[in-house]
Write a protein that binds this ligand. Structure first.
Ligand code: ACM
Ligand code: ZN
Length: 540
């Protein structure tokens, strides 16, 4: 592993222990997430960006990351920062002499040079993200900042993520956030080394992704008659909502924007439940034949896709074909949650399917249904991920599980050798309240303050030999009580920063006190980024 073979790491441990016995330990830079290994020289010094600083791409594999950094830094600093292939000093993008883990990097800041070394472009990008955090928070602005000394403290860092999937889910269905809000979220995620945006695009209340073959999904599925009245989930507000959706061109642009920031977008196309917007356009794919309209009420809808209707499978595969063309993600999320079996239990076609396939009951029918799509995705070199309900009739082969009803489902799936992303609602549902008095955005189903989120450990309760199946951690932003990007940001930050640190920092290096202190500075970054972050108790 990284740690064993990394001589820089060995040097660091030594430096760190020397530094920790010194009487006046230098102040730690406020990094979020905390790096795996950090050392600060006893004699403080700094690197300052000047008119003479160049960005040196020592290894051309990192040209895109170097150009990206140069573009951002030029904009805020007004310095020329030319990207060059050779030369001493400057901000250097090098290939690591040792093989680092995926997304890992080392960073050395001295008075004369800033050296980022990595084994893959993502690592180079994260090295740059750390550089940005070492600079004054104004570096996060999107226009020229005058009168700032662009200085960063000397330090040595060896860093790599604990987990491969450091995610946030945004729900663009219950309320539509739109491209600008998504891009802003991507910016902040990247700044915190998060790499997966799970995009919830279809549900009972709306269909938000253009599918060329079936335009009715938009004409009939992207608009609903009402929304639930704010603070009153049972009464309609009387205003049509929509049509709101993303064209394929908009989606391509957002996917490319995310990719530039090393973020993968995992789309979610819900099935067999949470599909009423689809059924409003194609009622013949339900058990009863409809008619239907997109739901305006929140909650769980009994009408779902009919598992006995043969037409459902080619139809959903047509949709997935277009989805796979838009999203290069290896994982495609197919939902699978909250699919009541009321209709299937009395539907002749569904019951016939159960008999013909020798299935035990409707839960096993759901497993069979999901398996059709797991196989289809595998045949296309993709993998299915679904909510933990996909375990209920036996886990389809090849499927990854996103554990939301606590960690139980994830633990069970890991024990069966399936990949798991932990997103337990009692720690990771960022739409829940955060313990703020008179919070205008409060959703009182539960209270999950920052400090509670931080205590979550995604491998709790899992035997060590199975930790490798826990591929990630994710915060979820359901949008029943999120109206727009500003609300979404209020819910997300700072709690998503805790999720980022859970996913990145080794468990034994995580400390609330260090995180809370770093968050004081991180608030300044969030502010410069224009993020409507919520206050949080940062008492050590
Ligand atoms: C979920 O919250 N229904 C996945
Ligand atoms: Zn049916």
């Amino acid at each position: 592993m990284f740690i064993r073979h990394c001589s820089l790491f060995a040097t660091l441990v030594l430096t760190l222990s020397v530094a920790s016995v010194a009487p006046a330990a230098p102040q730690l830079p406020a990094l979020v997430p905390q790096p795996a290994h950090l050392a600060i020289p006893e004699a403080a010094s700094a690197f300052t960006l000047t008119a003479d600083t160049a960005i040196v791409v020592v290894d051309s594999a990192f040209t895109r990351e170097a150009e990206f950094a140069a573009k951002e830094l030029r904009l805020v600093t007004g310095l020329p920062l030319p990207v060059v292939q050779e030369g001493e000093g400057g901000i250097r993008f090098e290939r690591s002499t040792e093989a680092l883990p995926r997304e890992g990097y080392t960073l050395t800041v001295s008075e004369t040079a800033v050296t980022i070394a990595a084994s893959d472009p993502a690592g180079a990008f994260y090295g740059y993200q750390t550089v940005r955090q070492l600079l004054p928070p104004q570096v996060y602005a999107k226009r020229l900042q005058e009168g700032i000394v662009w200085e960063m403290p000397a330090c040595t860092i060896a860093d790599a993520p604990r987990l491969a999937w450091r995610g946030l889910m945004v729900d663009d269905v219950r309320h539509f956030i739109g491209g600008d809000g998504i891009r802003q979220m991507i910016d902040v995620m990247a700044a915190h080394k998060m790499n997966t945006l799970h995009w919830h695009l279809t549900d009972d209340q709306g269909w938000r992704i253009e599918i060329r073959k079936y335009p009715e999904l938009i004409t009939k599925g992207a608009i609903r008659d009402n929304s639930a009245k704010p603070r009153d989930r049972w009464r309609p507000d009387g205003k049509p909502y929509g049509p709101y959706f993303y064209t394929q061109a908009e989606i391509r642009a957002i996917v490319a924007y995310a990719a530039e920031r090393h973020i993968t977008i995992v789309p979610e196309i819900e099935m067999p439940g949470h599909a009423l917007a689809l059924l409003s356009a194609f009622p013949e794919l339900s058990c009863t034949g409809g008619p239907f309209k997109p739901r305006w009420l929140w909650g769980v809808e009994p009408d779902i896709l009919c598992a006995g209707n043969d037409a459902v499978f080619p139809f959903m595969k047509d949709i997935l074909d277009e989805v796979m063309l838009l999203f290069p993600s290896k994982f495609i999320h197919l939902g699978g949650d909250e699919a009541p079996k009321d209709r299937w239990n009395v539907c002749e076609k569904c019951q016939k399917r159960i008999q013909e396939k020798g299935l035990r009951n409707s839960h096993h029918l759901q497993t069979w249904f999901i398996q059709q799509f797991a196989d289809y995705l595998e045949a296309n070199d993709r993998h299915l991920i679904g909510w933990d309900e996909i375990l209920e009739g036996g886990l389809p082969s090849g499927a990854a599980v996103m554990s939301w009803r606590g960690m139980k489902g994830g633990i069970a799936a890991a024990k069966m050798g399936h990949p798991v992303v932990m997103a337990p609602n009692d720690f990771c549902y960022l739409d829940y309240g955060q313990g703020i008095e008179n919070d205008p955005y409060e959703y009182n189903i539960a209270n999950v303050p920052l400090r509670k989120v931080y205590t979550m450990n995604p491998t709790d309760g899992i035997p060590e030999m199975m930790h490798r199946y826990i591929i990630g951690v994710q915060g979820n932003l359901w949008s029943e009580y999120i109206w727009d990007a500003a609300d979404q940001q209020w819910k997300a930050w700072p709690r998503a920063a805790a999720i980022a640190e859970i996913g990145w920092t080794p468990q034994d290096k995580r400390q609330w006190k260090t995180f809370a202190e770093a968050m004081e500075r991180d608030y300044q970054r969030l502010k410069v980024l224009g993020i409507n972050a919520a206050p949080a108790d940062l008492t050590p």
